[in-house]
Design a protein around this ligand. Structure first.
Ligand SMILES: Cc1ncc(COP(=O)(O)O)c(C=O)c1O
Length: 238
């Protein structure tokens, strides 16, 4: 499927510029550049994306699980443009802003019980970093500075920043280690991970399937005295 708007781009020079100047975040560079060439996406509508050559794709991942209402939503673009004309930035270190207050109010109406105050940030990794910092600070302020350990589930993904990657079990120790101190992994309940572990797949990670305290390296007595938080994102089969 081709698209006129996409065709109006000069795909050759654009892809050359991309190859020369854009650093793709994590995919293997040779796979992208040599086998296939860099794919430059130029437009989206609903769940369809078009690249600079006019090829259409189904956006099965909804961006990275975040474009759930689809691409090309005019009303969202207009609201963003309107906000940009009102206020470009306000530091959340000491202030808040009208849009943040309105969003927090909506979220408070949706979330259960007394879960009604929101730490707004720019993405998932930053949210995880912030959650770990909050958990540690709470323990320090309660007088328990040694409760800094974090328990995460094997197979979970928490992001690409250093702290978030430290609690992601598929972290690449060789390239990015050493990671944050005080992290323990416990087994995932996901059956496919269990099967892979049984089949001897190292991707399922060492220590998987251990019992009791061996899973975290802490015994039952130590656990409450050492742990700041438990990160339990839904595990993916990584
Ligand atoms: C469960 C979970 N946590 C954290 C992240 C990291 O989010 P971001 O890519 O916005 O930093 C992701 C991203 O896929 C995620 O799925």
């Amino acid at each position: 499927m081709a698209d006129d708007a996409a065709r109006s781009y000069e795909s050759g020079p654009l892809e050359k510029q991309a190859l020369e100047h854009v650093w793709i975040h994590s995919a293997r560079w040779l796979d992208l550049a040599e086998r296939d060439g860099l794919r430059v996406l130029v437009r989206g509508e609903g769940s369809t994306l078009w690249d600079a050559r006019g090829n259409a794709y189904l956006d099965g991942l909804a961006g990275l699980y975040l474009v759930n209402v689809g691409h090309g939503r005019r009303e969202i673009g207009e609201a963003m443009a309107e906000q940009a004309t009102q206020l470009a930035y306000a530091s959340s270190a000491s202030y808040t802003n009208l849009a943040a207050v309105k969003l927090a109010d909506v979220l408070a109406g949706l979330t259960p019980g007394d879960l009604n105050r929101f730490f707004l940030c720019s993405g998932g990794s930053e949210a995880i970093e912030s959650a770990m910092k909050i958990a540690k600070q709470v323990q320090a302020m309660r007088g328990f500075p040694k409760r800094y350990k974090i328990i995460a589930r094997r197979g979970g993904y928490h992001g690409a920043t250093m702290g978030a990657m430290s609690i992601t079990s598929s972290r690449n120790e060789k390239f990015f280690g050493p990671f944050m101190y005080g992290v323990s992994f416990v087994p995932s309940r996901r059956p496919r991970l269990r099967q892979r572990r049984r089949a001897g797949n190292p991707g399922a990670g060492p220590g998987y399937g251990g019992g009791g305290g061996r899973r975290t390296g802490l015994d039952r007595e130590q656990l409450p005295r050492a742990v700041a938080s438990i990160l339990a994102a839904r595990s993916r089969d990584l």
